[in-house]
Design a protein around this ligand. Structure first.
Ligand code: GLN
Length: 484
């Protein structure tokens, strides 16, 4: 097998046995990027010299007796995460040329254990989108079919993992942006519980929903990455001081005695029939592995989308106020006055979707509308959270589809924001509830991957990893490779 196609855990074994060096591994990945990224366009920018220097440093650390599952492993980082000395744009023109002076905590944690950072992956602008088509730079292509979207907003990270242009990656998930592109690209992607992973240095989209999450070629790799980035951070007041278990130890090839909930509302009409079939077949596999399936209901599911599209834009409108041409990136100092400078910067710097969200959010927060929209949305959010709490009293985890359909064609939904928003109906509710979820491949329809979502309770990543791992070990969807 090509070195760049290894999983993190296989690469770690090879590094530990001295069969390969991190420099060789990193070269193989950089060559792969060189060969395919002109077509996939997963990366906004790569940092090859830095990566090779990091790899050489990792080889020295290993020679000195150090070991860590990520030591010397080449990884990709979504461009919404701050990287010291490396341009960070959030896929937006407004941040073009912005070089942060500090690392996000998750990036610092990866560096500390010796991971090799390859570069920054494409994203919808400020992570607002479901396809990477809202990137201010270009659209990423799905490695399974270059005419189709990779999903979003972490589409660059998912495509890079699927096309073997990195061994693993970080993304961010506000309403599905790790799980949804993972599903569309046929890789594993995990959204941790809100508070599990530090948001320090993650450029804020919707602060009460955002979480950083790993994408990997399999569940074991997600477990390794999560273990490295999780844990309390005094720099993020919303990061929880909850012990981080050994996620690898949680991976067992069975689900004996576990109760898995199937939410009625997630197997609705209007879904692509192959997706429904694949999820039902996956449930049979889990039953074969010892699980008991219980039917549960999440009655407020239909309100999740409108609730999300009040809360997320409201928070975004506040968070994005800082991009004013004074502090970061794009600037118009020649404007006659400060107001005109703001106006020009934001008009040129933000794309259509970001402007739409700022307008929606500002409206929802305005005096006179606040109670009717924002406050109401917060109340409904509580009902959605209660649905999950009630359902999870009856089972250990929920098993549902990740998306209603497989990857759509580039351009297919760009003129219809509502249809684009609807693609995330099965991922958004979890963020509103603040809980954890993972998507793993569970089949294919006409050559395009289908994702299975396992949703769990607060800080119960170990359980969803175990269910996903057991399923993965019993199937071989994760071993298929895209034609690119
Ligand atoms: N697609 C959703 C949105 O546009 C979710 C994006 C995300 O999770 N970052 O808001």
């Amino acid at each position: 097998m090509e070195l760049n196609a290894l999983t993190i855990h296989d690469a770690h074994d090879a590094l530990r046995r001295g069969e390969v060096s991190s420099v060789e591994l990193t070269r193989a990945v950089l060559n792969r990027i060189e060969a395919v990224d002109g077509r996939v366009r997963a990366y906004l920018r790569t940092t090859p010299e830095q990566a090779l220097a990091d790899a050489a440093a990792a080889d020295r650390r290993r020679a000195a007796g150090e070991d860590h599952p990520l030591l010397g492993i080449p990884l990709a980082i979504k461009d919404v995460l701050s990287t010291a000395g490396v341009e960070t744009t959030c896929g937006s023109r407004i941040l073009e040329g912005f070089v942060p002076p500090y690392d996000a905590t998750v990036v610092a944690r990866l560096r500390r254990v010796g991971a090799v950072l390859l570069g920054k992956t494409n994203t919808d602008e400020f992570a607002m989108g479901s396809s990477t088509e809202n990137s201010g730079y270009f659209t990423t292509h799905n490695p399974w079919d270059l005419e189709r979207v990779p999903g979003g907003s972490s589409g660059g990270s998912a495509a890079a993992v699927a096309a073997d242009e990195c061994l693993g990656a970080l993304g961010s998930d506000t309403g599905g942006s790790v799980r949804q592109p993972a599903a569309l690209c046929g890789v594993a992607g995990l959204k941790p519980t809100y508070g599990r992973v530090s948001r320090y240095g993650l450029v804020a989209f919707a602060s009460s929903l955002d979480q950083v999450g790993p994408l990997g070629k399999d569940v074991t790799d997600c477990a390794l990455l999560l273990g490295a980035i999780a844990g309390h951070d005094p720099r993020d007041a919303t990061s929880a001081d909850v012990p981080v278990p050994d996620y690898l130890a949680a991976l067992r090839p069975d689900v004996a005695g576990m109760r898995l909930g199937v939410a009625r509302e997630y197997l609705s009409n209007g879904m692509q029939p192959e997706v429904t079939e694949a999820v039902r077949a996956a449930l049979d596999v889990l039953v074969g592995l010892g699980a008991e399936i219980v039917e549960v209901s999440l009655p407020h599911t239909e309100y999740a989308l409108p609730t999300y599209y009040l809360i997320a834009p409201a928070e975004a409108s506040a968070n994005l106020a800082r991009f004013d041409g004074v502090r970061y990136g794009l600037s118009h100092p020649e404007a006659p006055d400060i107001w005109e400078a703001y106006r020009r910067t934001r008009q040129e710097g933000f794309g259509a979707e970001v402007k739409r969200r700022i307008m929606l959010g500002t409206y929802a927060l305005s005096a006179g509308y606040y109670d009717a929209y924002y406050l109401k949305a917060q109340k409904v959010r509580t009902l959605i959270k209660r649905d999950f709490d009630d359902a999870l009293k009856r089972c250990n985890a929920l098993v549902v589809p990740t998306t209603p359909a497989t990857a759509f064609r580039i351009g297919e939904k760009t003129d219809d924001p509502l249809r684009m928003y609807l693609f995330d109906v099965f991922t958004l509710p979890l963020n509103l509830a603040g809980l954890c979820g993972i998507s793993v491949p569970c089949g294919f329809a006409e050559g395009l991957p289908i994702g299975l979502q396992v949703l769990g309770g607060a800080y119960d990543e170990a359980t969803i990893l175990r269910v996903a791992y057991a399923y993965e070990q019993a199937t071989d969807w994760h071993r298929r490779t895209p034609p690119v």
